[in-house]
Ligand binder design. Structure first.
Ligand code: CTP
Ligand code: CA
Length: 226
């Protein structure tokens, strides 16, 4: 009987991809979230399966069907995502954090639906943990890749995030450009490295960008072992 042997340049690697925008509950019927569609993260997961990786996809809610062959973990909030990601971290070789994690969550979650009244409503928010920062602090053999959507000062912000979060590189995109960012099928990205090298990519399909990102990961993997 033939044993299944995956082929491809990510064969033998376990990768963790996060996707979607987390939802932070306000009351039983409402939440705070963001414009992330999950398309980039799902494209990354599908591309990694095609290249032979064992793929763990930790996903906030999206309208998308998880790609075939992916181990999928559904979460809603940033706290739930933190828990799943930390559970998987020691066993994976690569983490790509395409998820848009809410920076804040409502401090109190109302048990009942909040009724409207004639005055306004103030919702107090408290800070969520920075998952990628935590991963950076605990990094051993793993390759860590971040994502950043920016509306201004792209390179500066990106370089600061690479350093602060101890990343191997960051995929930055200016979401004010047509053809980049939320909900689109294409992206215009810059790969920003810790040595300040920057690679500006042309507009491309999110699946194509996913493969470009895995190319970069494969290059880095030759320099690292468990
Ligand atoms: N990230 C995370 N946990 C958070 C916030 C962000 O893991 N609580 C990750 C995202 O998944 C992404 C990267 O950090 O890969 C950059 O996210 P971004 O929102 O651009 O960075 P922040 O550090 O939150 O800075 P800011 O929102 O102020 O630009
Ligand atoms: Ca943020």
């Amino acid at each position: 009987k033939k044993v299944f042997e995956p082929e491809g340049d990510l064969a033998g690697s376990q990768v963790l991809v996060t996707a979607g925008g987390t939802r932070e509950p306000i009351d039983p019927v409402r939440y705070i979230s963001n414009r992330s569609s999950g398309k980039m993260g799902y494209a990354l997961a599908a591309a990694a399966v095609n290249r032979g990786a064992v793929v763990h996809l930790v996903t906030a809610p999206t309208c998308l069907e998880p790609p075939d062959g992916v181990k999928t973990y559904h979460v809603k909030t940033a706290l739930e995502m933190l828990r799943e990601v930390m559970n998987l971290y020691q066993q994976v070789d690569v983490v790509v954090k395409a998820a848009a994690v809410a920076d804040y969550r409502p401090k109190m979650v109302s048990k009942q639906k909040i009724k409207k009244n004639d005055s306004g409503l103030i919702i107090e928010l408290e800070k969520n943990a920075d998952i990628l920062f935590e991963l950076g602090q605990q990094k051993k053999h793993q390759i860590l890749v971040g994502f950043a959507a920016e509306t201004e000062d792209l390179i500066n912000n990106a370089q600061q995030k690479v350093a602060k979060k101890n990343l191997d590189f960051l995929v930055a995109n200016d979401v004010t450009q047509p053809g980049a960012g939320f909900g689109t099928d294409t992206n215009i990205a810059k790969l920003v490295f810790p040595d300040r090298r920057i690679e500006s990519l042309p507009m491309m399909d999110k699946l194509e960008l996913a493969d470009r990102i895995w190319d970069e990961v494969v290059k880095l993997r030759y320099g690292k072992t468990k």
